[in-house]
Design a protein around this ligand. Structure first.
Ligand code: SAH
Length: 452
C-alpha cells in the first residue's frame, strides 16, 4: 500500500539526500524525493508522482529551514538544470559529496573501511568553469540561449551564469547579434530545421585566450565576416573562431567537422607547468584551479621514482601523461578521440617531452593489445568518463599486474563498481582523495590508489 496520494499535500522532515541532490522524506517507510529541499528542512509538499516503491513531491513551503540551507544566489536556480546544490551552504555541499562517495563505496563496492582524505573544496566556489556550452532555442520568434531545464531539452534563457565568466556571455551575445543581423535562426530539434544549435566557449586559465565555437546544422556559413566582426568586437581575448558542423539529429553536442573562420584551430593553456593545445572536440577539465590539485594528487599517489613505465588510459590531450612524464621513465597514453590524440602528440613535442607515446583507439581495444605485445606497466592511471571503465580494460590491466593503479573518477558509483572488480583480482585500496571540481552541482572527482 502506498501511504501517500497523488495531488494531496503532506508535511514531512527531510532526513536524507539522494545522489542527484533531491531531499528525501520518509512517510511510513515510503520514500518521497522532494527537489530543492535540504536534509534538516521541515517542508510541505504536493505529491506529484506515486510509484510502487517511491514517489516525488513538489515543494510548496519550507516550514522550518535546515541549518545547511542558504538562499541560492542565482535567480534561475531550480528552473535551470545546471546547478543542483546552490540552496545548500558550501560546507554542507562538501559534506554531501563526502557522504555520497562513502555511500557508493559501501553499497556498490562493498568497501566499509576506506580511509578518505578530507575533501578539497574551493575558496571561491563560483566562476570556476573554463568552458560553457549554451544550447540555442527559439521563444516566440526570439532567439534565446542558455541551459537546459532539469531532465529536458527546453532551453532556459541565461544572461549571466555564476559558474562561467562575463566574457563568455559576451561571446553568446555576439553570436545572437550576428544571427539577428543576418536572419539566421536557432535549430529546432523536433523538426530538424533551423541553423544554430549551440554556442561553445572555452577560455584559457593562464593564457586567457578564448575560443568561440558556433555549432550549426549546416556547413554553409552565411556572411562569416559578420560573425567574425561581432565576436571580435565582443572580446579582445578571442584567438580562435570555429564553425562546427553537426547535422546529426541525435547528437546534441558538437559535430565532428570544424571550419576555422578566424585565428587558430585550437587554444592553448597551461596546467602543472605544461603547455597544452586544446582543439574544440578534445576533452579538457573544466575547473583548472582544482585540476592542478587533482593531478598533483594522482601523481603523488602513483609514487613515481623515475624508473616506471606508466599507462595513462582515457588520456584526453595527454594532460596527466605529460604532467607525470618528468617523474617516470616512459608514459603510454590511450585515448579514443582522434583530435585529442593529435593534440597530445603535439603537446609532447611542444613541451620537449620525448618519453611519452600516444595510441589512438578505445582502451578496451588498445590495452589488451599492448599487454599481449609485451608492455608491462608499473603504474596504470585511468580517468574514464562517467560510465566508468569496462571488464575488458580492467581485466587486461589486472593481468599485467602493475604495482600500482591510480583511478581518477568523476562518478563514484561506476568507480565503486570498477574497484570491486579490481579487488576480486587482488587489488586493495590504499588511499582515496576527493576534489570538488564542480561546486554548486552534485558532481565530485575522486582519486583512488590501489596496490596488489
Ligand atoms: N585524463 C584526461 C581526460 C579525462 S576525460 C584529462 O584529465 O583531461 C575521459 C576521456 O576518455 C575523454 O577524453 C574521452 O574522449 C575518453 N574516452 C571515452 N571513452 C573511451 C574509451 N573507451 N577508450 C579510451 N578513451 C575514451
Amino acid at each position: 500500500m502506498i501511504p501517500i496520494e497523488k495531488n494531496r499535500e503532506y508535511t514531512a522532515c527531510i532526513t536524507a539526500m539522494s545522489s542527484d541532490g533531491n531531499g528525501i522524506a520518509r512517510i511510513d517507510g515510503y520514500t518521497v524525493f522532494v527537489p530543492q529541499t535540504v536534509k534538516g528542512d521541515t517542508v510541505r509538499f504536493l505529491a506529484v508522482k506515486t510509484k510502487s516503491s517511491y514517489g516525488y513531491g513538489k515543494l510548496i513551503e519550507i516550514i522550518s529551514p535546515s541549518a545547511d540551507r542558504c538562499r541560492p544566489v542565482c535567480p534561475s536556480f531550480g528552473v535551470c538544470g545546471g546547478c543542483q546544490l546552490m540552496h545548500m551552504t558550501y560546507r554542507a555541499q562538501l559534506a554531501f559529496k563526502e557522504d555520497m562517495v562513502k555511500n557508493h563505496l559501501l553499497r556498490i563496492g562493498g568497501f566499509s573501511d576506506v580511509n578518505i582524505e578530507p575533501i578539497i573544496g574551493m575558496e571561491e566556489p563560483y566562476y570556476y568553469r573554463n568552458k560553457m556550452s549554451f544550447p540555442a532555442g527559439q521563444d516566440d520568434g526570439h532567439l534565446i540561449s542558455g541551459f537546459y531545464a532539469p531532465h529536458s531539452h527546453r532551453v532556459i534563457p541565461t544572461a549571466h551564469c555564476l559558474l562561467g565568466s562575463d566574457e563568455m556571455m559576451k561571446i553568446v551575445g555576439a553570436v545572437w547579434e550576428y544571427a539577428r543581423k543576418i536572419g539566421v535562426c536557432a535549430y529546432d530539434e523536433t523538426n530538424h530545421t533551423g541553423c544554430i544549435r549551440r554556442i561553445f566557449v572555452r577560455e584559457g586559465y593562464r593564457t586567457e585566450e578564448i575560443m568561440a565555437v558556433v555549432s550549426a546544422n549546416s556547413a554553409d556559413v552565411r556572411e562569416s565576416h559578420v560573425l567574425i566582426d561581432c565576436i571580435r568586437a565582443a572580446s579582445e581575448r578571442v584567438s580562435s573562431i570555429i564553425w562546427n558542423v553537426n547535422t546529426e539529429k541525435t547528437n546534441p553536442g558538437l559535430g565532428q567537422r570544424n571550419i576555422t573562420l578566424w585565428g587558430k584551430d585550437y587554444i592553448e593553456d597551461q596546467l602543472c607547468g605544461v603547455r597544452y593545445r586544446i582543439s574544440p572536440n578534445s576533452f579538457f577539465q573544466v575547473n583548472p584551479a582544482q585540476t592542478e590539485r587533482l593531478y598533483q594528487k594522482a601523481i603523488c599517489f602513483a609514487g613515481l621514482t623515475g624508473c616506471e613505465t606508466v599507462m595513462d588510459l582515457y588520456c584526453g590531450i595527454g594532460t596527466i601523461s605529460l604532467a607525470c612524464a618528468r617523474y617516470a621513465k616512459r608514459v603510454i597514453g590511450v585515448e579514443t578521440v582522434k583530435q585529442a590524440v593529435e593534440d597530445a602528440r603535439c603537446n609532447a613535442v611542444e613541451n620537449k617531452i620525448d618519453n611519452a607515446v600516444f595510441y589512438d583507439g578505445s582502451a578496451e581495444r588498445i590495452v589488451p593489445q599492448l599487454i599481449a605485445d609485451g608492455e608491462s606497466p608499473d603504474v596504470v592511471i585511468l580517468d574514464p568518463p562517467r560510465k566508468g571503465s569496462d571488464e575488458i580494460t580492467l581485466g587486461a590491466i589486472a593481468q599485467a599486474q602493475p604495482k600500482k593503479i591510480v583511478y581518477v573518477s568523476c562518478d563514484s558509483a561506476t568507480l565503486s563498481r570498477d574497484l570491486r572488480y579490481l579487488r576480486e583480482r587482488g587489488y586493495q585500496i590504499e588511499n582515496a582523495a576527493l576534489f570538488d571540481m564542480f561546486p554548486q552541482t552534485v558532481h565530485v572527482e575522486t582519486v583512488v590508489s590501489l596496490s596488489k
